[in-house]
Write a protein that binds this ligand. Structure first.
Ligand code: THU
Length: 137
């Protein structure tokens, strides 16, 4: 699946729902499923800072809560309120590893419309997964 203007428009819409009164750093996520459904995510902060939920995880949890499962996701697009492109935090990389295919594209965008693409495996090389827990296989 390739990156289009639609991805950018939708992720910027998703970003508008960010709740970021502490960092003022609004992040949006636009998750597409292989069967053509779309989920928006945004960062939802908390006065107890570690309770903050990132945009990527908001979108993935929304989709999983509707019944989507690992293997169902086609791409995720992320945007930040900056002229510099950001990439997902470590926790989000681990959740992407758990729920998405290793070769799924992660499109990273910013205020300028610039885009950088990496796969899930490129963002978390040698990542830990459920496969590592099957110690008797
Ligand atoms: N944030 C995300 O939503 N996704 C990331 O991958 C990096 C960080 C949010 C969390 C917090 O609300 C704000 O950005 C500043 O860290």
């Amino acid at each position: 699946m390739t990156f289009t203007d639609r991805h950018f428009e939708e992720v910027r819409k998703a970003q508008q729902n960010a709740y970021a009164p502490y960092s003022h750093f609004k992040v949006g996520a636009y998750l597409l499923t292989k069967d053509g459904k779309a989920f928006h995510g945004a960062n939802i902060e908390n006065a107890a800072y570690p309770a903050t939920i990132c945009a990527e995880r908001s979108a993935l949890v929304a989709a999983m809560s509707q019944g989507y499962r690992p293997g169902d996701f086609a791409s995720i697009t992320i945007t930040v309120d900056s002229d510099v492109i950001s990439s997902p935090c470590g926790t989000c990389r681990q959740v992407l590893k758990e729920l998405c295919d290793d070769d799924m594209p992660v499109y990273m965008t910013n205020n300028t419309g610039a885009m950088k693409k990496r796969t899930v495996a490129e963002l978390l090389p040698l990542g830990f997964s459920g496969k590592d827990l099957n110690i008797n296989e």
